[in-house]
Design a protein around this ligand. Sequence first.
Ligand code: KIV
Ligand code: NA
Length: 269
Amino acid sequence: RKPVSLPRLHEMHARGEKITMLTAYDATFAATADAAGVECVLVGDSLGMVCQGLSSTVGVSLETMRYHVESVTRGIRRVQGTAWVIGDLPFGSYHESKEQALRSATVLMQAGAHMVKLEGGGWTTETTRFLVERGIPVCAHLGLTPQTVHALGGYRVQGRGEAGETLKRHALELQDAGAALLVLEMTPAALSAEITQAMPRCATIGIGAGIDCAGQVLVLHDMLGMNLGKMPKFVHNFMADAGSVRGAMEAFVKAVKDGRFPVNEQHAW
Ligand code: KIV
Ligand code: NA
């Protein structure tokens, strides 16, 4: 197997093969996801909730992200894995200026990430272009952006009605700025489909965003049926019918590739 690369992700997108992504925060789970055929491993700042027991991702530091990106990339390297590793830029680490974003992205890239992810639209366009021009692949993130939960008023569906137009405009701007991937979180299925159609150069990765995205992502612990809070409606427990974590991950990959996950009743928004 050849390492997953940006050209390979673009090529999968062009061909219509669904891209699979799972979060991982440590060496063993990351290596297992890689072995199960997951193309993209996201070291998400959801680790604040999953690993650190925080009530939101707002409290996650860049140093913590660096630690987990290092663990994940070591794990994948140890099994001679091929996964594309994405590191989340945490709250406050890219908000001040594009120069600050570059410094923060450098920390995660030097820890082994292949790409960084940042949340938000509009004000993030310039930052995205700045990073991409300097050789740092960028994954954007629109819809429910958990770092802004306090401004959004909770974990709820985004982009309904007129807000959908703004969201679509932000997506197109991010594609123009060179973002190669775009996570769409809790956006209406029809809007996600429209955005996906309009973006040949940027692959949408949905989470609670309907079936018609270019790929799908889930939080690892959620898809294994382990969640300290309320399980989001869009999650499927892949562990329930699998004999092992590896089996659950393989079932996820297969279901996404075959277009069997998500089923639209799981999020009728
Ligand atoms: O941090 C995370 O796990 C994420 C995914 C939900 C996309 O950003
Ligand atoms: Na995140």
